[in-house]
Design a protein around this ligand. Structure first.
Ligand code: CA
Ligand code: CA
Length: 101
């Protein structure tokens, strides 16, 4: 049985990319481990962003060690990734404030 619940949540973190979330559903689950394993086995192709999100040990490479680390995270052996929680996003351009004349 599939239960789909859609809440009218308007708060969005679309700009933030979560480390470990290789499949891009904004959550770190066993499916992300599977996604990385499939990518490593050349079953699927991950885009550049997905590869960055999957690189939780922050060695600039997507390997089986990243998948293993996500598994450890999911079972509570570790509670954070060496990479941190979110990928750095481009800082918004802040216009210089000018003193009123
Ligand atoms: Ca995910
Ligand atoms: Ca890695």
């Amino acid at each position: 049985m599939t239960l789909s619940v859609f809440l009218g949540v308007s708060v969005s973190t679309a700009a933030a990319q979560l480390y470990g979330d290789a499949d891009g559903d904004d959550d770190v689950t066993i499916l992300d481990v599977t996604t990385i394993q499939r990518a490593l086995a050349d079953v699927i192709q991950l885009d550049e962003d997905a590869q960055k999100r999957g690189d939780v040990d922050a060695d600039d490479e997507l390997t089986i060690l990243d998948a293993t680390m996500i598994q450890r995270y999911l079972v509570g052996v570790i509670n954070q990734f060496p990479s941190g929680e979110f990928l750095p996003t481009q800082a918004p351009t802040i216009a210089p404030t000018e003193a009123p004349t």
